[in-house]
Write a protein that binds this ligand. Structure first.
Ligand code: CMP
Length: 138
């Protein structure tokens, strides 16, 4: 069993897409084992995306991710990291495969509706980052 972090981003929450995105997760067989709506402060969004420090898109990404509520969750299942990434599709919706969440819902490469961890170590770090919100400790 593997766990991965899911975020439904502000663009998708604002367009009432939370239920449809969660339905795709559940229909895939992945289990939603933690779930919470939160509104990140800019400094929290910057800390979450610190791996992108120095990239030209970071300031805009931080402003976007703190612009409204997001839904944070932990998904569990065999090979959960890869399966959630397959459901999401490529970062850039213009390059995402047919039937993926980003192909169907994302507005552009920044406002791309969802986030998922990219590897086991990242998943552990990202779940730990949101642990307090998700009731995992404290
Ligand atoms: P995400 O998978 O959450 O990881 C980093 C985020 O930065 C990405 O999705 C997009 O929301 C955003 N982003 C904006 N521009 C780019 C870009 N050129 N390359 C990668 N990510 C970008």
């Amino acid at each position: 069993m593997e766990q991965t972090l899911m975020m439904v981003k502000p663009d998708a929450v604002a367009r009432n897409l939370v239920g449809r995105i969660l339905a795709r997760v559940e229909e895939s067989g992945l289990r939603v084992i933690r779930l919470r709506m939160v509104h990140l402060q800019a400094q929290e969004a910057r800390a979450f995306y610190r791996v992108h420090e120095g990239r030209p898109f970071l300031d805009a990404l931080v402003a976007f991710m703190s612009s409204g509520p997001i839904v944070v969750g932990v998904l569990e299942g065999e090979d959960a990291i890869r399966r959630w990434r397959d459901l999401m599709g490529a970062t850039d919706p213009a390059k995402a495969a047919e039937g993926t969440i980003r192909k169907d819902f994302a507005e552009n490469i920044e406002r791309n509706s969802v986030h998922g961890s990219d590897a086991p170590e990242t998943a552990r770090e990202e779940i730990a980052f949101h642990a307090l919100s998700l009731g995992l400790r404290g």
